[in-house]
Structures are given as C-alpha cells and as structure tokens.
Write a protein that binds this ligand. Structure first.
Ligand SMILES: CC(C)[C@H](C(=O)O)[C@@H](O)C(=O)O
Ligand code: SF4
Length: 492
C-alpha cells in the first residue's frame, strides 16, 4: 500500500480551532504544569494483576488510600489459565502468578475496587471487558498499566498506557502528570477489498510508517474507510496504533460508536442522555484544526497482511515475500531484517504464502471479540484443521465466549479441530501456561511478534482471524481469498 502523502507541519495546534485530542486534554486538565506537561484528570483507571501490585504496596507504605474507588476497575487478564476442562479450570498453578491474582483481590477488597476475578464468568482481557460493560464512553480519559489502552479511541475516549509509579499516582489522586503529545491524522479513504479487515489495514499502515512512525503522537483516524468500519474493527485499529509507537489513537464518535455505547449504558436512558449526546457531538476536530503530521492511505490497495519478522512493521501482503537483506541498503533496517529472518527461520526473499505452520492462535485484545470469532468461523465451517497443526481459540472475555456459544460458534471451532478455551491473554504473550516450544511457527491474530513473545524461540506471524483460520485448514500461510471452496477441499 502506498502512502499518498506525508506532510510534516511544524505549526503548533495549541490555538483554536482544536483537534479532538486537544479538546480531550483541555477538558481534563486540572493544572498546566509547564510548557509540555499538564496534570490530567483520569475518568477511569483499569488495572491488571501484572502492573498494579507495586503501586498498592507504595500506597500502603505511605499510608494513602484510594479516594475514588468507583473510578477504578481491575481485571485478571494475563496470567490466568485457559484450559476449558475442569478441574484445571482457572486454577493458577504457578505460585508467583497465583500470588499476583490473590494480591489483586486483596487490594481490591481493601480499597472497595470492582474486580473481575479469576472465577468471574465475565472475566477476560481488560480491553475487551471494559467496553462491553459500557465503562468506556466518548470524551473520557482512560488509563491502564498496559500499552494497548489505546483501544478505547475507537469510542472517542483518550486511552493510553502508564507505568507502575503512575498507577500509584492515579490511585492516590485520580490524576496524572501528562506530557502532551503531538497531533497526527491518518486519513484512509476507499473501500477495503473483500477478504481484508481492519487488522490488514493497521498492519499495512504500520508497515508503511514504521514501528516508531507515530512515536510521540496521538493519531486521529478518519476517512471513508474508517467510517465504514464496525466499532469492533475500530477497536482493532486503535489497539494496534501503539505498535506504530502512538501515545493514543482516536476516532471521532459517530452514530455507530454512540449506539454501541448507549446499548451498554442503561444509566444513560434517562435525564443524562440528552446532555451526553450534546457533549459527544462536540467531540471532533474543528474544521481547520492543525495536525503536526498527516498521512493518507487508500484502502482499496490493502491486501491480506502477514508479518515476516519480529516487529509488527516487518510485514508484507500474503502474496509478497520476505525481504532479501542483500538487496537492501546497508544500515539499521538491513541489520534488523537480517536478525529477524534468522529468528523467524525464513529464507531471504522467500514467498510468504506456503510457509508451513504448526500452531494457530485466535484471540487477544486485538482480535478476540465476537466479530473476530465469526470471521474465523466463517472460514472454518465445513473445513478441518490440517494434520500436524494445533489450533486454539481463546475468546477475549467470558461475555464473548458465552455469545459465541449461543451462536454455535464453539461447535464450528470444535468440529474443525480447534480447542475452545476460557478467556484471557493466553498465548498473546505466554504469561500463563499456553506457551509454544522453540521453533514452533504460529499463525496468530495477536499484535506483537517480538522474539520469544509466544515462547522462547517460537515464531509468530501476525494476521487477521480469517487469515489465521485459512492457515489452520491448509497448514501453511495462505491467502484466505484463494481458499478452494469447501466441497472441493474437504469432502465430509
Ligand atoms: C503486561 C503488560 C504490561 C503488557 C503491555 O503493556 O502491553 C502486555 O499486555 C503486552 O501486551 O505486552
Ligand atoms: S491480549 Fe495481549 S496485547 Fe492484549 S493486554 Fe493481553 S497480553 Fe497485552
């Protein structure tokens, strides 16, 4: 995909007219600290078991409490086992991980914080759980000790990840010392071709602008292709903006986003509804608002994407090839391509389609929602996982899992030979016992293909749910658009 233009603009966007991002920052600024930093009020603070323990310890040591417990929510996401069969269900065997979970419960109990605990039927990945319960609304500032908090931009909320010391600061004060980012706009017009999704679009964008391409910026996505995306597809897009280094991602809330929120917020049915709608209508960049950088993309040029390396920007269309470092100019890009190909065990210049895989993982906060499972199931109906391939689905939350079961999707996955698991982060980062062995190659719907991410020496190829399903049934990286019809492929 080609970027049609990239026009740096040195002007400041501080003066009116304002971008959506600046409106959100301004409306949450408690105090301006200096030229770059403000004290930002945070409407919602999400926590997981992994980045919160030290923060609670710090609070205790200073004798501080949590003054706004109703504005914190905690979810056990990362370490939880996903085995579907009792009695192993949800029992955390690893002692340090079990301690993290029990600490989170004790801390939440102590401070009166709502927790989606290990045994909660609605537990899941924090970024899947929070929006589905109406916790994320347009205009909010939402923070979490987790980088994929950018997801919430899909609903016009400013979400971003914070560090453990900041978690402590937020618990104690509901505010954060915040360095204001620069504004980037990414406009995507045109229609995504059949067989491509928001995952392909965002991988193509990251491939083009690079893993640091949005570093220091909050990105606003706009254009006809963005307008046409479902809300869940927008979550995928904003979730992965952080893989281009973005400090946040935003999409101005439209009717689709507002309807999504209203459907999940019974409290907005009465007197609050009109004021909320009136406020949400203001949540867009003013005409003439200046962005420091603008990029434009043409959605019609997007093909299904697959990563070949160890960074999300090391990506190509499925009908493309791994690079040949010998043909690249000497420099850091060539060095990192060489190193990545050594790790992913691909030949220089090799065609990506046809590369054998041994594992398939469908899940994560990028692609573990109901529409993702429907897309994968649509490919799997009437097909079987190829011999020698192990495939699993880990729904993003208990609610997603229950809805999928109500729709019969679990049967489609099970009949195809997939494992149907309990919700959690699971093999997205292998912090529980879903870990791949050295050298195992995985078609994965997740967001990071870093060395060792899914297990030491394991090789991750990022792609969409439909593409992961296509890999599962063929046993190799496959263009989902070229799958043979079901009847020809697997007579049943
Ligand atoms: C564990 C957590 C700190 C981390 C993050 O910040 O994103 C994880 O969720 C990830 O995806 O790598
Ligand atoms: S699913 Fe993956 S990316 Fe998302 S929060 Fe969990 S580990 Fe991080």
């Amino acid at each position: 995909m080609t970027a049609l233009s990239a026009t740096p603009d040195a002007q400041s966007s501080a003066a009116p007219p304002r971008t959506l991002y600046r409106k959100l920052v301004d409306s949450h600024t408690v105090a301006t600290l200096d030229a770059q930093n403000v004290l930002l009020f945070c409407d919602l603070h999400l926590m997981n078991e992994y980045t919160s323990p030290q923060a609670f310890t710090g609070l205790r040591e200073q004798g501080r409490g949590v003054p706004m417990p109703g504005q914190q929510v905690a979810v056990v996401s990362h370490i939880i086992p996903t085995h579907a069969v009792p009695p192993k269900l949800r029992v955390i065997a690893d002692p340090p991980s079990a301690l993290q979970a029990s600490n989170l419960k004790a801390n939440c109990d102590r401070h009166g914080i709502r927790l989606f605990d290990t045994t909660d039927a609605l537990q899941g990945i924090e970024h899947v759980v929070a929006p589905e319960h109406g916790m994320i609304r347009p205009g909010m500032v939402v923070i979490c000790g987790d980088s994929h908090t950018t997801t919430y931009g899909a609903l016009g909320a400013l979400g971003f990840g914070i560090g453990t010391t900041e978690v402590e600061h937020v618990l104690a004060t509901q505010t954060l010392v915040y360095r204001v980012a620069r504004d980037m706009r990414i406009r995507v017009d045109g229609t995504l071709p059949a067989g491509t999704t928001a995952k392909d679009l965002v991988l193509a964008i990251i491939g083009r602008i690079g893993a640091q391409g949005a570093r220091g910026y909050v990105v606003e996505f706009c254009g006809t292709a963005i307008d046409a995306l479902s809300v869940e597809a927008r979550f995928t897009l904003c979730n992965m903006a952080v893989e281009a280094g973005a400090r946040g991602a935003l999409i101005a809330p439209d009717a689709a986003a507002i309807n999504y929120v209203l459907a999940r917020c019974p409290d907005l049915a009465g007197d609050w509804r009109q004021p909320a709608l009136a406020h949400w209508r203001t949540l867009r960049s003013d005409p003439g608002a200046r962005f420091h950088v603008e990029h434009r993309f043409d959605a019609t040029e997007v093909a299904p994407q697959v990563t070949w390396g160890t960074s999300p920007d090391q990506v190509a269309a499925i009908d493309g090839h791994a690079p040949d470092p010998a043909r690249m100019a000497a420099g850091p890009a060539r060095d990192s391509a060489e190193r990545a190909l050594r790790y992913t065990r691909l030949e220089a210049g090799a065609a990506l389609a046809g590369t054998p895989i041994q594992h398939v993982f469908i899940g994560s906060c990028t692609n573990g929602r109901i529409e993702d499972l429907r897309a994968a199931a649509a490919v799997l109906r009437g097909r079987r996982v190829a011999a020698g391939v192990r495939a699993m689905v880990v729904p993003g939350s208990g609610a997603v899992r229950a809805l999928a079961e109500a729709e019969g999707l679990d049967r489609v996955f099970l009949d195809a030979g997939f494992e149907w698991r309990q919700p959690g982060c699971s093999m997205c980062l292998a912090m529980n016992d879903d870990v791949l062995a050295d050298g195992v190659r995985c078609a994965s719907t997740t967001n990071r293909n870093f060395e060792g991410r899914q297990g030491r020496g394991a090789i991750t190829h990022l792609m969409s749910p439909a593409m992961a399903a296509a890999a599962a049934v063929t046993g190799h990286l496959t263009d989902v658009r070229r799958l043979a019809p079901v009847s020809e492929e697997t007579p049943r």
